[in-house]
Design a protein around this ligand. Structure first.
Ligand SMILES: NC(=O)c1ccc[n+]([C@@H]2O[C@H](COP(=O)([O-])OP(=O)(O)OC[C@H]3O[C@@H](n4cnc5c(N)ncnc54)[C@H](OP(=O)(O)O)[C@@H]3O)[C@@H](O)[C@H]2O)c1
Length: 245
């Protein structure tokens, strides 16, 4: 049984390791947008499939028996394509999506917004020194902020021109509370803008904001596609994949 694992996340990498350990052939699929530090265990293919039809053709040609979509919670397009292609081909699909930050006790104190433009408006009401932690592609929507200090943290430097008032910090998580607290305090951050990426890997900035009383603006996740089973842990996804053997 070959499992196609749509990846680009720590969870996908962890699941690949567990599947390989269990003797399951796995093909990791990466978009190729960011250079991986190390490749995940198992076979690796890099680059888009060419839309829904391309993915459906790939599933047929490679005789893929199960698909686990372990892409980032905000990677909505590939998630939608996976749902459509798997339904068309009749390939079982599971969505692995790390737990949302909605379950955190401090989540009710944040400003939850539907999208990036709404995040921009909300942040402008809350403060003028911004910690922008939304990923480098989404950050481009905030470049109208040429009149304020913005600390932009990204895994890889942005491809767009950054306003002079911005500071770019290229760093890869995980981050710890002490360092996040020091960063927010040192840059005199007045508002944190982020997306509900979820999980623990990048959550320390939220703990730091809570400790320092910094208001938080959070973009809600796109909805999961209808009819697709969703699990939150690597263990559950492993159990599902192994049950298909
Ligand atoms: N969005 C985020 O905030 C974020 C954060 C961390 C990591 N990532 C990872 O980065 C990748 C790209 O994210 P995105 O938000 O740009 O995705 P997206 O908007 O959902 O997808 C855009 C296109 O990229 C291709 N693609 C995306 N993920 C792929 C994968 N795992 N394997 C093969 N092709 C893939 C597909 O191209 P075709 O239509 O040609 O097949 C898709 O239509 C994802 O794999 C995701 O897990 C995203």
């Amino acid at each position: 049984m070959t499992v196609l694992l749509l990846g680009g996340t720590g969870e996908a990498r962890a699941l690949a390791g567990r599947l390989v350990e269990a003797g399951v052939p796995v093909v990791n699929s990466l978009a190729g947008a960011v250079a991986p530090t190390t490749l995940p265990p198992g076979e690796v293919r890099i680059g888009g499939f060419g839309g829904t039809e391309g993915l459906a053709a790939y599933l047929r040609e490679q005789a893929i028996e199960r698909v686990v979509d372990a892409t980032h919670p905000f990677a909505a397009r590939i998630t939608e394509h996976a749902a459509t292609a798997c339904q068309a081909v009749g390939t079982p699909l599971l969505r692995l999506s790390r737990p949302s930050w909605l379950g955190r006790p401090d989540a009710a104190t944040w400003r939850w917004v539907a999208d990036l433009p709404a995040a921009r408006v909300a942040a402008e009401e809350l403060g003028s020194r911004v910690f922008l932690s939304v990923g480098r592609q989404s950050a481009e929507q905030f470049t109208g902020w040429t009149d304020r200090y913005v600390l932009l943290r990204v895994v890889e430097p942005p491809a767009f021109p950054v306003p002079d008032t911005w500071e770019v910090l290229a760093a890869r998580g995980p981050f710890d509370l002490a360092a996040e607290r020091a960063l927010l305090a040192d840059r005199r951050i007045e508002v944190l803008v982020t997306k509900d990426s979820g999980g623990r890997h990048t959550a320390a900035k939220l703990d730091a904001a809570a400790v320092l009383g910094v208001p938080v603006v959070v973009v809600k996740r796109p909805p999961d596609p209808a009819g697709v089973t969703v699990v939150e842990s690597v263990g559950e996804a492993l159990g599902w994949a192994l049950a298909g053997r």
